[in-house]
Design a protein around this ligand. Structure first.
Ligand SMILES: [Cu+2]
Length: 141
């Protein structure tokens, strides 16, 4: 291989590496808005962090929006939230609580603090109209 060819290959490889690194770099902003359907099906949950950018080791709150399958707000849900890091087999260091029903299907969740970088799971149990729904939302910090 000629030197110029070798340099060109190296340049292309570097370019690929830079592209790869940019694509896999953790971006805090991407984690601040989550949504999921429930089990059993019937509710749609959307969560928005009030901490922006979302970072570790900082106590913060989220706004949880609950909608039915038709997109109508569900304002009389009873929500409990737990979480942890599935890969590390540990829970949250705090006990998040719903502290306000803001109406129109919005609820404020306070007392969330992620104490490590990595993949976190927020697990919601939602009681509504005699049915207990569950869902889990995942984010990476
Ligand atoms: Cu961990």
């Amino acid at each position: 291989m000629k030197l110029s060819d070798a340099l060109r290959s190296t340049g292309m490889l570097l370019g690929l590496l830079v592209t790869f690194a940019a694509a896999t770099l953790p971006t805090a902003a991407a984690a601040e808005s989550l949504s999921a359907m429930t089990q059993p099906a019937g509710l749609h949950v959307h969560m928005q962090s009030e901490l922006d950018p979302l970072v570790i080791n900082q106590m913060h709150s989220w706004i949880i929006r609950v909608e039915d399958a038709q997109g109508n707000p569900v304002s009389d849900a009873d929500i409990r939230v737990d979480g942890g890091m599935p890969e590390h087999n540990h829970g949250l260091a705090t006990r998040p609580q719903i502290t306000a029903n803001l109406g129109e299907g919005d609820y404020r969740l306070e007392g969330v603090r992620f104490h490590m970088n990595g993949e976190w799971e927020l697990r919601l149990q939602i009681d509504h109209a005699g049915v207990t729904y569950q869902t889990a939302l995942t984010l990476t910090l």
